[in-house]
Write a protein of this length. Structure first.
Lengths: 226, 49, 227
């Protein structure tokens, strides 16, 4: 119980800090808008094309914009030795990791929901029909991105080339869950239900989430402390 | 042996070229390390005496 | 002693590669649909096998480092991963050339090559991370974690890309796993080639290890000089 309360405290701290400045959210929202506009110039999407890769486009936007949020996750603690203070606190590193992951998750989901609305408007995609399954897929896929992004944010926090190293490390690792999420999202946006044909990818997402959450919790201590 | 011998040659050459390039990289690293070792040994020796 | 072993292995490698090359080029008959180019399989697939094994072995060494905090294991992990990257590159390039000949495109986005490309990117990130960190303890610790994550992920990558509907081999493929076996006579050079690549990998890892120990000696001498 104490552990969960500690996680929630850390998450609340991060969310409060973000709410006061709204730096990461504004920046990533602006960035995602720009990407969507650029995609529309690059691809000239017609309805047939959108049926093929609406899901792929959407998750690419989430990935790129999400990196901005995830980068700041541990980077914001570097000022005034806040990270050392956090590590010296009674909160165990695993609690710190889960707390930050929860905060990042909330931020990423907020960002993605706003992007989804933008996406629907700019590319004329109807997503309200399958909203339930779509939210499930977004929830699972976003947790995968959050968990991998948070651990690698902790890993790269002290590096000079932090902004470069985080995407270089995270994006190849995100290939399996992104493939699953893209397939599912494309079929859901086309109106297909979550059925026996699709359920394999939901299992892939769930399996990836569980395994990498456990790995993250197990190794955050090594990454942060040694 | 007929037909696609040309591409087979390209493939074999490419494979062993990669190995050769890596060995070359190791060789360059080796000489750089040897020079650095000499330099650092010179730095330490007079102090030791 | 170590130098003698390395020399012996290098001689074994040279002998085996010449013998096997002769066997592959002259004794193995042409395949029905692919003619001579199918011999590239003998360089393409063993590189993948030894390369992927190397990544897994690197992960094990990383785990041992984390458990023992002995830098020897970290050096071994880095050397093994670097050599495996080279072997994976061989797999990608020969696969691309084979694909160009068979299917007319340099990159056909088929499942196996794409999986290998993603693995290569993951472990290239590992090497980039190592170069970005100067402090030995931090470098060893963080790269060990990346190696562990990367290897678990590599398994996911292989399974998921196999199931991805669009990424199927556009043409016929020789696969041991899915039951398409090649003729007994043609199998022997394949296994010899796996051994050749393994010997090559061991020799290169030994050279790399020696370089790393020299680098550590330089580091400690430098600390002594500046003290």
């Amino acid at each position: 119980m104490i552990f969960f309360r500690q996680c929630l405290t850390v998450a609340a701290k991060d969310l409060r800090a973000e709410w006061r400045t709204k730096e990461a959210l504004n920046a990533s929202l602006a960035f995602s808008t720009v990407i969507l506009v650029l995609f529309s110039f690059a691809l000239d999407p017609n309805p047939e094309m959108m049926q093929e890769f609406s899901g792929g486009l959407l998750w690419l936007v989430f990935l790129f914009a999400g990196a901005l949020v995830l980068n700041r996750s541990f980077a914001r603690e570097m000022q005034n030795d806040c990270l050392d203070a956090l590590l010296a606190s009674p909160v165990p590193p695993s609690g710190l990791f889960l707390g930050k992951a929860l905060a990042n998750y909330a931020l990423l989901m907020t960002l993605e929901l706003m992007c989804l609305v933008e996406f629907g408007v700019l590319f004329n995609v109807r997503w309200l029909g399958n909203i339930g399954p779509l939210l499930i897929v977004m929830a699972l896929g976003t947790w995968a991105l959050t968990v991998v992004g948070t651990i690698f944010s902790a890993l790269t926090v002290n590096l000079r080339l932090r902004e470069v190293m985080l995407p270089v490390l995270v994006y190849p690792m995100m290939v399996p869950p992104m493939m699953a999420a893209m397939i599912l999202t494309t079929s859901l946006l086309n109106g297909d239900p979550l059925g026996p044909g699709n359920i394999l990818w939901v299992r892939v997402l769930a399996g990836f989430d569980v395994i990498f959450t456990l790995l993250g919790v197990a190794f955050i201590d090594t990454v942060l402390v040694g | 042996m007929n037909g696609n011998f040309e591409y087979l040659c390209y493939g074999l050459v490419a494979a062993w070229l990669i190995v050769a390039l890596y060995v070359l990289l190791l060789g360059m690293r080796e000489s750089k390390l040897a020079k650095e070792l000499e330099r650092v040994r010179h730095m330490v020796e007079p102090r030791g005496k | 002693m170590r130098n003698r072993i390395m020399l012996l292995l290098t001689v074994a490698f040279a002998g085996l590669i010449v013998w096997n090359l002769k066997h592959i080029l002259l004794d193995v008959p042409d395949e029905a649909r692919q003619d001579a180019i199918f011999r590239i399989l003998y360089f393409h697939a063993p590189a993948a096998i030894v390369g992927l094994t190397g990544f897994g072995v690197g992960m094990v060494f990383s785990g041992v480092y984390l458990a023992t905090k002995n830098f020897y294991w970290d050096t071994l992990a880095a050397a093994t991963t670097e050599v495996s990257l080279m072997l994976a590159a061989i797999n990608l390039v020969t696969g691309s050339i084979w694909g160009r000949q068979q299917w007319g495109v340099w990159w056909a986005w088929d499942a196996r090559l794409t999986s290998m490309l993603v693995c290569w990117l993951i472990f290239a990130g590992y090497m980039m991370l190592r170069r970005a960190i100067e402090e030995p303890d931090t470098r060893a610790r963080l790269s060990a974690v990346v190696s562990l994550f990367g290897t678990v992920n590599a398994w996911f990558v292989y399974k998921v890309i196999e199931w991805f509907p669009r990424l199927q081999h556009p043409g016929p493929v020789l696969s041991f796993r899915t039951g398409g076996r090649i003729d007994r006579q043609l199998e022997t050079p394949f296994f010899w080639m796996v051994l050749v690549y393994m010997i090559l990998a061991v020799v290169l890892v030994m050279i790399r290890m020696r370089q790393e120990s020299v680098a550590r000696e330089i580091d400690s001498l430098r600390r002594m000089a500046h003290a």
